[in-house]
Every structure is written in C-alpha cells, then in structure tokens.
Design a protein around this ligand. Structure first.
Ligand SMILES: [Fe+2]
Length: 134
C-alpha cells in the first residue's frame, strides 16, 4: 500500500508540475517499500533516483516561479534545499544504525505538506490552465 497518495488537494493546475509531483510521490513510496523490505540495494538505487529527480523538479519549478514573478521564489527555493539536505542525510545514514524511519517520516511529511501548502500558494501566479471544464 502506498504511503502517500496524490489527489486533487495537491493539484497546482499546471500539468508539468503536477506530473512531476506525482512522480516524486511514487519515488517516496518506493523508498518506503524498500525500507519495509529491508532491501538496502533497492533503497540506495531509489534514493539516488529521488535525489536526481527532485533536483531536476525543483530547478524546473523554481524557473517557472521566477518567470511568472512569484515574489517568494527565493524563500521557496530555500525550502527545497531543506528536502535535499534531509535526503542526503538519509543516504549518508542508510548503512548505519541511525533512525532511518524518523528521517523518512520527515521526508514523506515534508513532501505532502510542501505540495499541499507551499506549492499551492503560487497557483495565483501561474497562467490560467483551467483544462477541466466548468
Ligand atoms: Fe515547491
């Protein structure tokens, strides 16, 4: 069973970003699965993938925010850096006895809260993308 599930409450209304958020959620769910299975090679592989994917996603998102003049772009970017730092901490401690689930809980909570609260805050700055009909 997936840990996090994307739903409309996470939608920012821009297809490119919504799809990337779904992919990130999938990756976090895969990390969760690897932890449950105590599968370190899988964990390591997925974490690497998550690091690369989140780097690319944050870069894309920040470039979009900058291009539409979102006033909190810098601050928003700093929040992304928090996730990256925690992800690296997780990767570093993966093979030790450190409390992995605690770090992982931070990552999964961070992601859903960030999308639902921080990302949705920039919706008014995005161009109208109402493709759902009235
Ligand atoms: Fe974001």
């Amino acid at each position: 069973m997936p840990l996090i599930q994307w739903d409309e409450t996470m939608a920012v209304g821009m297809e490119e970003l919504d799809e990337q958020h779904m992919e990130l959620i999938d990756l976090i769910n895969e990390v969760y699965e690897a932890i449950q299975r105590h599968d370190e090679p899988m964990m390591s592989r997925i974490l690497e993938k998550t690091r690369n994917y989140s780097d690319a996603h944050f870069e894309t998102e920040e470039a979009i925010l900058r291009s539409y003049g979102y006033p909190k772009t810098e601050e928003h970017g700093e929040q992304h850096r928090t996730f990256t730092a925690k992800l690296d901490e997780f990767k570093r401690n993966m093979h030790t006895t450190a409390n992995l689930s605690q770090v992982f809980i931070f990552l999964s909570r961070w992601l859903s809260n960030h999308i639902m609260n921080e990302d949705r805050e920039f919706i008014p700055w995005l161009p109208e993308t109402n493709d759902e009909g009235a």
